[in-house]
Ligand binder design. Sequence first.
Ligand SMILES: Nc1ncnc2c1ncn2[C@@H]1O[C@H](COP(=O)(O)OS(=O)(=O)O)[C@@H](OP(=O)(O)O)[C@H]1O
Ligand SMILES: Nc1ncnc2c1ncn2[C@@H]1O[C@H](COP(=O)(O)OP(=O)(O)O)[C@@H](O)[C@H]1O
Length: 206
Amino acid sequence: MGASASPADTQDAHAMTAQTQPRSPQVGTGHGATLWFTGLPSAGKTTLAEALALRLRAAGRPVEILDGDAVRPVLSPELGYSRADRDANVARIGWVASRLARNGVLVLASVVSPFAAARDGVRASHADAGTPFLEIHVATPLQTCAERDVKGLYARQRSGTLDGLTGIDGEYEPPPNADLRIDTAGRSVDDVTDDLISLLRKENLL
Ligand SMILES: Nc1ncnc2c1ncn2[C@@H]1O[C@H](COP(=O)(O)OS(=O)(=O)O)[C@@H](OP(=O)(O)O)[C@H]1O
Ligand SMILES: Nc1ncnc2c1ncn2[C@@H]1O[C@H](COP(=O)(O)OP(=O)(O)O)[C@@H](O)[C@H]1O
């Protein structure tokens, strides 16, 4: 009769496996990654994330969009638009993105994320998990963003009812080393989405 492992042995074995297993670059199935869209309000972050999501889902890939506007009321209802609050918001969204991406999801995060250090923090947490992170600077000129003014924020800033609007009286630090920089002015959504697909292919994520 063979000796059977005691519950304590089994626990030890589990603990040992968890401690000694090397970190895998892909914890789940498929090739997860985070594409982080940063840029001014009305630059096109949400539109591009949605257009890319359609194409990726059509190709059978699991996709999650984390849009600043949609996520804030859920993850960060107490936060406003001070630097500290924005950095905390970015860190929370980055944490969720990393957890999803390391399990095979293509995460499309569309977040103003105006400060380089906070974005670099998200990149670093992805690197720690061995998960790809691509920073996409949606670098549409301020004048075009203000003309689009999808949510009326630029008009509110001009009329004096909104302070700290990113790009006007709120700081925006452009990424010095973005994986892709896109000026959407005068370009179609489809055309720009082609560039995003090319980037994913180049990175062997598609
Ligand atoms: N002062 C100020 N500056 C910039 N944006 C403002 C501001 N007040 C409200 N909004 C709206 O909030 C959206 C940005 O939220 P985010 O979570 O993406 O921003 S941040 O990364 O925490 O800075 C942003 O969404 P998008 O327009 O989609 O970028 C705005 O709709
Ligand atoms: N090439 C393009 N890429 C993205 N958006 C574009 C483009 N051309 C025009 N737009 C328009 O610009 C606006 C961008 O708004 P939105 O995606 O909400 O910006 P953001 O999420 O950065 O605030 C939309 O009305 C969109 O239709």
